[in-house]
Write a protein that binds this ligand. Structure first.
Ligand code: HEC
Length: 123
């Protein structure tokens, strides 16, 4: 019985590992860990306001969808889209736009770095 379920399981998971592996190699220059970033995005609940590809249940409509955010020229319409500015926005959005609906969620530097690494895989 276990003999028949095991291979099926690994076949199911294989494309997942493949996808994660590809994304990681593309963001080698970023210090963050995209896999951890994915978990942090889920933990902070960013998906309650944003649709975020690859995050289960992240289909909020309050903020803009983060689909292909890596290719955006500006973040929140004002910041040049660089990893540093992305981290800044995620940690202290109100410092950049005092009227923004995006709350300061007390995101730690490490989490912001990992989240940024994941968001830059969205191309
Ligand atoms: C209460 C709703 C809300 C939550 C929760 C939220 N955001 Fe936002 N976010 C917004 C809104 C609204 C904007 C648009 C701000 C603007 O353009 O001025 C935004 C903008 C952004 C942008 C820039 C998007 C763009 O198109 O330029 C990024 C990146 C982002 N948020 C990431 C996150 C991350 C990561 C989290 C979780 C740590 C998060 N947000 C949590 C509402 C939210």
């Amino acid at each position: 019985m276990p003999m028949t379920t095991k291979p099926a399981f690994s076949v199911l998971l294989m494309p997942l590992f493949f996808a994660v592996g590809c994304n990681e190699s593309e963001v080698m220059s970023l210090p963050g860990d995209p896999a951890k970033g994915k978990m942090a995005i889920a933990a902070y609940g960013c998906g309650s306001c944003h649709a975020i590809p690859g995050i289960l249940g992240a289909n909020g409509r309050t903020g803009p969808p983060l689909e292909r955010i890596a290719e955006r020229t500006y973040l929140a319409g004002v910041l040049p889209n660089t990893p540093e500015q992305m981290m800044r926005w995620i940690r202290i959005p109100e410092a950049i736009d005092p009227l923004t609906a995006m709350p300061n969620m007390d995101v730690s530097v490490n989490d912001a770095r990992d989240i940024t690494a994941y968001l830059y895989t969205l191309k």
